[in-house]
Design a protein. Structure first.
Length: 237
């Protein structure tokens, strides 16, 4: 028992003793530690600066290349009977037009959303493959505010416009699961032909598809340059 008490007293005594200050030898090492930490921070900042400088240099080079090699053109905001709504930074454009006195036509056009491989044209026997780009069109034809909408879903290739689907959209009282009609290719050939001609009579035709491809190629380049400029400005702050 006495042995236990002596051990307890020694433990209490050791805990209660004041902590000795840092020895002079350790004090002398503090500037060395601080110097090492400062050096490490400096190296980190240098690496960060080098990475950002390289990124900025590459962005400037890419922007200059795009502007010099094939700069974006200034397209008219009209085509045939349609006016064009194009907002900077968006991946679609909208066309509006009229047919006769009653019909309003609205066309929403995506940027390129697909492609298929094709053989390169031209002589020389070089062969090789190119790509044919695809975009989607939603064409809404209406006759007044309270009238239903006849909607065409179309595929636009550089040289052709194809109907994929035809809907009747109700502006009010639409059931939860409306019947949307069959696939266009399943319709009778004569009905397909008449619907195609109906759309073409309103200016939605191969010529429009050709124009939209040129317009979207230009928009794609413009948006790419704007995107790179925005990234550059952010990194450069």
């Amino acid at each position: 028992m006495a042995r236990v008490l002596r051990a307890s007293r020694r433990l209490i005594f050791s805990i209660s003793r004041p902590i000795s200050p840092i020895s002079p030898s350790l004090q002398s090492l503090k500037p060395l530690f601080a110097s090492r930490f400062q050096s490490r921070d400096y190296i980190t900042e240098m690496r960060k600066s080098t990475i950002e400088s390289n990124l900025l240099r590459t962005l400037r080079s890419e922007i200059q290349y795009e502007l010099e090699y094939s700069p974006p053109q200034q397209f008219e905001k009209e085509f045939d009977s349609f006016s064009i709504e194009d907002r900077k930074g968006e991946q679609w454009i909208r066309l509006r037009g009229k047919h006769g006195e009653e019909e309003d036509i609205k066309i929403e056009v995506t940027m390129f959303d697909g492609a298929v491989p094709v053989k390169k044209s031209g002589g020389g026997g070089g062969g090789g493959e190119d790509v044919k780009l695809h975009m989607s069109l939603i064409v809404d034809i209406s006759k007044g505010e309270n009238c239903d909408v006849l909607e065409f879903i179309c595929s636009a290739w550089p040289d052709a416009l194809e109907i994929q689907k035809v809907f009747m959209l109700r502006r009010d009282g639409t059931p939860g699961a409306p019947y949307v009609g069959p696939e266009f290719k399943e319709l009778d050939d004569e009905l397909q032909k008449e619907l195609q001609e109906y759309l073409e009579a309103r200016g939605v035709n191969d010529e429009l598809a050709d124009f939209l491809h040129a317009y979207m190629m230009n928009k794609d380049k413009t948006e790419l340059i704007n995107w790179m400029e925005n990234v550059k400005c952010f990194v450069d702050k």
